[in-house]
Design a protein around this ligand. Structure first.
Ligand SMILES: Nc1ncnc2c1ncn2[C@@H]1O[C@H](COP(=O)(O)OP(=O)(O)O)[C@@H](O)[C@H]1O
Ligand SMILES: [Mg+2]
Length: 380
């Protein structure tokens, strides 16, 4: 599914019944695939086209409950600003809640969560906000980027608040999260939280070839540049549908050609691709590699070795190369798929998720900058 279609679909769900399953969504994809960009476009559409209140939180910004509460208070203030005294009366219940934290003190002076105990009355204040907004026909959209980073207990708590407000109180509160795919095994597999279990999952795919081509060409032409067909072919094929790579290649080609008015030729494209690969390695592959377990690393290294001769080796062959028993093959296969470093490739086969991973890993192992953990001795 293309990006525009995905954004349209999610926006349509958010505009439906907030108490239905489409009222709570999560975008899943490995790093660099454009989740944050898609999430921001959904937020912009909600704000600009529908005039909704958008509360936006990142799972890496500290306590998600306190951060959400701060957003609720910020939204309350913007509601009052936009709709004046009438909105103030509508949310007077909530102002009391906020005042309870520290009466008469402005938000900025009291932004330390430890001192103000943000989070204590989140459910009530969020509910008040949603009901005040509903009276002027406005929905509240809560977004949570980097949702994989939030602890299970916090996700459960936040989920139960949202569910209570949207389903029990039937207020217009809708949710979109974005996370790495492994949360299907962690947060989304939680048996205690029906909110988490029922999140509608949307996968953000690689860009199709025409999308990537357009994504490279349009910004160049928009800025008064031109690119030769051959250079565009080289760049598109190196990007391999990866938005992060697209951004890097596009930017580096543009700079190396010297900006506006200078045609981008094959040599610029080739140079940009080489530079972009290095960046991709440092920013994307290396951190992901470091986050893998020892056995996952052995499995991935074995795949990279075999991939030199055969793009899509059999899982059984990878296990043999890595010295991993076949009994655990499916567990490793699944974990590597979740890391975003490998993709399925037909029955019983796997391939590396990006054409640069194999050359990078083989080279890094040979140079000693990446270490493959040794297999434990049998019987230990
Ligand atoms: N559709 C797209 N076209 C071009 N570049 C994109 C697109 N989507 C994302 N990008 C770029 O790719 C990079 C990664 O996107 P981001 O949304 O941060 O990914 P994620 O949140 O999944 O890690 C960013 O530099 C972003 O600007
Ligand atoms: Mg992101």
């Amino acid at each position: 599914m293309g990006r525009d279609e995905l954004i349209r679909d999610v926006c349509a769900l958010l505009a439906g019944d907030p108490a239905s399953e489409g009222g709570a969504n999560v975008l899943l994809a490995p790093r660099g695939l454009g989740k944050t960009v898609v999430l921001n476009e959904i937020e912009d559409a909600a704000r600009a086209e529908r005039g909704w209140l958008v509360l936006s939180v990142s799972g890496t910004d500290g306590d998600p409950i306190a951060e959400t509460h701060k957003e609720v208070i910020r939204a309350h203030e913007s509601l009052v600003q936009a709709h004046g005294e009438s909105a103030k009366r509508l949310v007077s219940g909530m102002s009391l809640g906020v005042g309870g934290l520290s009466a008469g003190v402005s938000f900025d002076e009291e932004s330390d969560p430890k001192r103000t105990r943000y989070g204590d009355d989140l459910r009530r204040d969020l509910s008040e906000l949603a009901s005040a907004a509903a009276q002027i026909d406005v929905r509240v959209l809560l977004t949570m980027d980097e949702m994989h980073a939030i602890p299970l207990a916090k996700a459960r708590q936040l989920g139960s608040y949202i569910q209570h407000i949207a389903k029990r109180e039937r207020r217009a509160l809708v949710f979109v999260g974005a996370a790495l795919p492994y949360i299907t095994e962690t947060l989304l597999a939680d048996r205690k939280s029906t909110f988490l279990q029922r999140l509608a999952v949307h996968r953000v795919d690689l860009l199709s070839e025409p999308e990537a081509r357009r994504g490279l060409q349009e910004p160049i032409e928009m800025h008064g540049g031109i690119i030769s067909e051959e250079a565009l072919d080289i760049a598109t094929s190196a990007v391999a549908g990866h938005p992060y790579m697209l951004q890097l290649v596009g930017d580096k080609m543009w700079r190396s050609a010297g900006g506006t008015g200078n045609p981008i030729a094959v040599n610029h494209a080739k140079g940009a691709v080489a530079e972009a690969r290095e960046s991709l390695e440092g920013h994307l592959f290396a951190p992901t590699w470091e986050s893998l377990s020892d056995t996952d690393k052995r499995f991935l290294a074995a795949l990279a070795v075999l991939a030199e001769a055969d793009d899509s080796p059999r899982v059984a062959a990878i296990c043999e190369e890595a010295g991993i028993g076949k009994a655990s093959a499916s567990a490793y296969r699944r974990r590597l798929l979740l890391s975003g470093m490998v993709s399925p490739s037909g029955r019983g086969r796997l391939k590396l998720a990006h054409p640069s991973i194999g050359p990078w890993l083989r080279q890094a192992i040979a140079a000693g900058s990446v270490r493959v953990p040794e297999a434990p001795l049998p019987g230990i």
